[in-house]
Design a protein around this ligand. Structure first.
Ligand SMILES: Cc1cc2nc3c(=O)[nH]c(=O)nc-3n(C[C@H](O)[C@H](O)[C@H](O)COP(=O)(O)OP(=O)(O)OC[C@H]3O[C@@H](n4cnc5c(N)ncnc54)[C@H](O)[C@@H]3O)c2cc1C
Length: 397
């Protein structure tokens, strides 16, 4: 057994970081674990649409890290990582704090990728974190007062774009004329066929326009320029929401400091960073050698977090870490208020029942929070305990 002189530091407490921290503490309660995040609240991103539609409350989808970690006996620090010295095992933070570590897990997630297209950063809304959610809520609320129909463009026909379009249409009915702009020849081209077909039906039912084979060239204050079949058209717009891609959030790394692939940190199948066996990168920021096709999802991040907790415990015990294996447990898509589509473990389900099942599954995955919050009449947290056992038994992870 290795003696632990310095803490195991986990930077980023999203799906990956939260899972590794809670599981590691469970496996070995005596380990000194320090979790650092630049914000105060966890955000359960798949439930952001339901917060927008007020189907669930903000605190249910975004509990405070301090509550989650103090309950689990883990130290939490709010701070922003700005530099890593892998040779000296030292981290530097934005308030000049320096910390040394015995093991390091970095999992700082993704940020929107504008692909350097003109005007995106300045003139688009995003839907990636709590801050984006609040900004969009304020915009939509203000425009609701406007008597005329507003032109709303959503760029990206992936899950975020589709789920957001259906939800906004159901909340604001005819207040917005919604157009989805997708550069490939179909929506959800990396998703399950069943969910794609259900989504196409949901968009048609809501009269949401989809422009396929169309690429955004520029967004200005009042216009959006879209190229299609070698022609560029310029449209009036009131709001553009950019969901067309993400990139790893790695601002604290120096150029060429460590090996990357497709801009993400390359790790081996034990989730270790090349040349630094006590350092790990998981979740959206990393790519596993030989498993480059894994999707950038919470499902992958949580499975990696779970596996890494076991590997760190093995290393501390002087044993060899094990290779990560991904188990595809399917996918779920919300399609407007009270509807969803699920394609998982050979089962397909759509409509209202799928919506309820989706909520139950997510309820089981929400991090544990304090008793006082649990008793605050939250549907999600009441159901969490009951269904956790059922879902575990049926392997819905
Ligand atoms: C709207 C939306 C819906 C989604 N729906 C689904 C879905 O239905 N199913 C699914 O599987 N996936 C879904 N995803 C994708 C999923 O949320 C991500 O893949 C997942 O969050 C990745 O987990 P992570 O731990 O790598 O990063 P995150 O969960 O993003 O966590 C990263 C954390 O790192 C912190 N951080 C960043 N930089 C620093 C720094 N320098 N210092 C300190 N802390 C830092 C951040 O504050 C954040 O808390 C969705 C994503 C979005 C945006």
């Amino acid at each position: 057994m290795e003696s632990i002189q310095k803490p195991i530091v986990i930077v980023g407490a999203g799906f990956a970081g939260m899972t590794v921290a809670l599981n590691l503490k469970n496996l070995n309660p005596s380990l000194p674990i320090l979790v650092v995040d630049s914000v105060s609240n966890f955000i359960f991103k798949p439930l952001m649409y339901e917060v927008l539609s007020k189907e669930i409350r903000i605190w249910e989808a975004a509990p405070k890290f301090a509550n989650i970690f103090s309950d689990a006996g883990i130290t939490f620090l709010k701070n922003c990582l700005i530099k890593i010295s892998f040779e000296d095992n030292i981290l530097e933070f934005s308030d000049q704090l320096k910390l040394s570590y015995q093991y390091l897990v970095i999992c700082t997630g993704s940020i929107p990728n504008s692909f350097s297209i003109k005007g995106i950063e300045e003139n688009c809304y995003f839907f990636n974190d709590l801050n984006d959610l609040n900004k969009l809520k304020i915009f939509l609320k203000n425009y609701q007062k406007n008597p005329s129909q507003q032109k709303l463009f959503i760029v990206g026909g992936g899950p975020s774009g589709i789920e957001l379009a259906c939800k906004i249409k159901d909340i604001y009915i005819d207040q917005f004329e919604i157009t989805i702009v997708e550069k490939s020849n179909e929506i959800l081209h990396r998703n399950k066929i069943f969910n794609r077909e259900e989504s196409e039906r949901a968009l048609e039912k809501r009269k949401i326009t989809v422009l396929l084979n169309s690429k955004v060239e520029e967004v200005s204050v009042n216009k959006i320029s879209i190229s299609s079949q070698d022609r560029i058209n310029s449209f009036d717009k009131d709001i553009v929401i950019w969901t067309a891609g993400v990139k790893p959030n790695l601002s604290y790394l120096e150029t060429n400091q460590i090996t990357k692939k497709y801009e993400r940190i390359l790790v081996n199948n034990k989730l270790q960073i090349e040349n630094y066996n006590n350092c790990f990168a998981i979740g959206d920021i990393s790519i596993i050698e030989g498993m480059e096709d894994l999707p950038i999802t919470a499902q992958v991040a949580m499975q990696e977090g779970n596996h890494l907790a076991k590997n760190i415990e093995l290393l501390i015990r002087g044993k060899n870490p094990l290779p990560f294996e991904f188990q595809d447990n399917g996918e779920m898509i919300s399609l407007g208020i009270g509807e969803a589509s699920i394609s998982a473990l050979g089962l397909t389900l759509s409509g209202k029942l799928a919506f309820e099942v989706r909520r139950l599954i997510y309820a089981s995955k929400l991090p544990d929070i304090t008793e006082s919050l649990k008793s605050a009449s939250s549907w999600l947290f009441q159901k969490k305990t009951i269904f956790k056992k059922f879902l575990k038994k049926n392997n819905f992870n």
